[in-house]
Ligand binder design. Sequence first.
Ligand code: ATP
Ligand code: MG
Length: 573
Amino acid sequence: MNKSGKKTGKEEKNRSKPSLNFIENIIEDDLKTNKYESKVHTRFPPEPNGYLHIGHAKSICLNFGLGLKYKGKTNLRFDDTNPIKEEIEYIDSILEDVRWLGFDWVGEPRYASDYFNQLYEWAVKIIKKGKAYVDDQTAAEIAKQKGTPTKPGQESLYRNRRSVEENLDLFERMKNGVFEEGSKVLRAKIDMASPNMHLRDPLMYRILKKPHHRTGDKWCIYPMYDWAHGQSDFIEGITHSLCTLEFEVHRPLYDWFLDQIVEGDYRPVQTEFARLNLSYTIMSKRKLLELVEEGHVNGWDDPRMPTISGLRRRGYTPESIRNFADKIGVAKRDNVIDVDLLEHLVREDLNKKAQRVMAVLRPLKVTLTNYPEDKIEEVETINNPEDESMGTRKLPFSRELYIEHADFMETPPNKFFRLAPGREVRLKSAYIIKCEDYVKDEKTGEILEVFCTYDPETKSGPGAGRKVKGTLHWVSAQRAINAEVRLYDRLFNHPDPAGQKNQNSNEFLNPNSLEILSNCKVEPSLKMAKPLGKFQFQRQGYFCVDPDSTTEKLIFNRTVPLRDTWAKIKDRP
Ligand code: ATP
Ligand code: MG
């Protein structure tokens, strides 16, 4: 700023150019120094052992986003080194979810298992250098020798005893299936006294006599994550290998393995960023699988799940999730993002896109005693006041209607601007009505029906008559169609369900996370709604047609109610 407090031209310029995050800074430096011949090549490397969740969405948007921004490439690579937990179903869901988010990988999807031959050859090379050995100890024995971060580990008896020839022979026989599972492993010979535990002779291969979904029975030794990952990056020509912070301590090992195999100038570099943590949400695939297997939810795509497929079924749009990734940005420090922000962003997106419709969730019958019995007229209503190009449509209006049960009170407080004995309200896009009488169940006190008169001079639109304080949504009882509406609340009622000592996150499951309303009445146009079609139910929130919905049985999921807690916090002085 200059002395008069005005922004200088330079400051203005900086302000209009969004600042770079630390990964973009690294990339731009690499581009300047021509480190990778001006190329940017990233990858998203999921392990196919579960469905993707919103945390993965952050990584997808980051990796694919950088590929797009720097006119580079992004691979999708399945890290399928563990044949036990991986399933085709997961692979298919991952392909679908990445595409649905709006991204495309370069070429075919890659699989770490495609590199098993190359990895094996490289392992042989490392043994030949005297930098890897076969260890016959059990996993428990190896674990015992690991030491602690402050106490050096102990060298295995097999570390220096075996010749290169013996190691090569044993490793080959491991590959040929001669030995039992768990009887031998291949370890890198690095440093049992290293302060970095990952460098204390880490495992490279273990014996697993399990078929693999892609390589079948070909292999009975499988590479460990650390051994497969960096080499896969190298094979694919990845320049910037981005992963979450917990892998920072693996980086020296990532580099050590590359040191053993790289011959030219090129090598990928690993950079870590903070993972996404979301309040009221758990994100580990293992825990999510448990929710599915124990029946706490109805599958991976249950609308209460933080999975991408769950969010899709709940009514989230890809744009809202991409905006979310954008807003939270990338940083080097872990933090927790408020789930209200995600909900705010889907509201913001749907507000522009979703057609407003009439749906009554808990119907109360209203009869207009002065309206002709057989008459059905059409009233015109606007599809979305945020976007006039979305046009208008016609709604049937009749003598018998439904309004929301909560919109009538027998003895209302002062500030209740809805319907009550003797009071008037407007029916949205139609007339003003006045409550003349009502019937109630004497035993339960429940209101059964309300009788009103309508004022024919008050149809809304041009020439609409008087104004009243309250406007209600409604549907024609004769023409409305039945629907089931599923209301969702948070799956957990603790802000940090996974972070509580000595308590399993399932102890915080919200018993009221799903409420099913099976007697809803919705306007007839919704009969044509397509699966995943998105609507704003007037005064109720955003809703989405469930994929199981049929013309015989319409089912809607509530994405979010209208009340926006995030926006409120933001607007606070
Ligand atoms: P989880 O711990 O949830 O089971 P994971 O890290 O084991 O997940 P992977 O399939 O290995 O899952 O992850 C694929 C990519 O997604 C990795 O690069 C990982 O760093 C990234 N990722 C996973 N969880 C998050 C998260 N919460 N925030 C950001 N990135 C994530
Ligand atoms: Mg993992």
